[in-house]
Design a protein. Structure first.
Length: 226
């Protein structure tokens, strides 16, 4: 548009929220506006800084991060051309969801990183193992393919880590751990059996690591070896 500023210049434009503009309006009310320009008293500041003629129609949309408005998306049109409000709203929703999920993604990646075993990187072939699905977080670990003791230890240790409060409360009160964690224990058992048929390492870890040697706290679990 003749007289309008370029892409680089627009990056340097600043609007104060103390001015009564449409930007302040949509941020305070947390809702979009579509319609004629200069709906607010100080909107002339916007168009004078943008340069060029005043548009026929504008669309402004507050952008949220964790439920709080942090920015405003602005679009305008000349000569009756459509703005595409629905498309802009969809892009904003996807952007907001991505930012909301970013901390969770970083947490998952951090857990993956901390579960690595760099001192064994040059050991024999490893097989990926995924944490049982009913725990709160997901982690990925690496275990030597021919080491049932290590696999059992890692799996049972993860049962404890991701259910720490339940386990500690049950240990303190002398409650039945198997009753509280039946689904997790049985899913972990199947996970172990996908690699090895000898259940003794797994069942030994259940007693020694999870129940702290108190087999009676696993009442209901059908031991096949111990």
């Amino acid at each position: 548009m003749e007289g309008a500023i370029g892409d680089e210049e627009i990056k340097k434009i600043f609007f104060s929220l103390s001015a009564n503009t449409i930007f302040k309006y949509v941020l305070e009310r947390q809702k979009s506006y579509t319609g004629p320009p200069e709906s607010q008293a100080d909107d002339h500041i916007i168009y004078s800084r943008f340069g060029g003629p005043v548009p026929e129609k504008i669309f402004t949309l507050p952008f949220f991060v964790k439920g709080k408005p942090q920015a405003v998306i602005y679009a305008d049109t000349f000569a009756g051309k459509p703005i595409g409000e629905k498309e802009i709203e969809m892009i904003a929703i996807v952007g907001e969801m991505s930012l909301d999920l970013l901390p969770l993604r970083q947490k998952i990646l951090a857990k993956i990183k901390t579960r690595e075993y760099p001192d064994e990187e040059e050991e024999a072939e490893r097989a990926p193992v995924v944490q049982p699905p009913d725990t709160d977080d997901l982690t990925v670990i690496s275990v030597k393919e021919n080491d049932p003791e290590r696999l059992a230890r890692v799996i049972v240790n993860d049962i404890y880590l991701y259910n720490k409060k339940k386990v500690e409360d049950a240990l303190t009160a002398g409650d039945n751990l198997y009753e509280f964690l039946q689904n997790t224990i049985m899913q972990s058992r199947e996970l172990y059996l996908n690699k090895f048929t000898d259940l003794s390492p797994f069942e030994r870890q259940l007693v020694e690591t999870l129940a702290r040697g108190r087999r009676e706290l696993l009442k209901g679990y059908r031991f096949e070896v111990l």
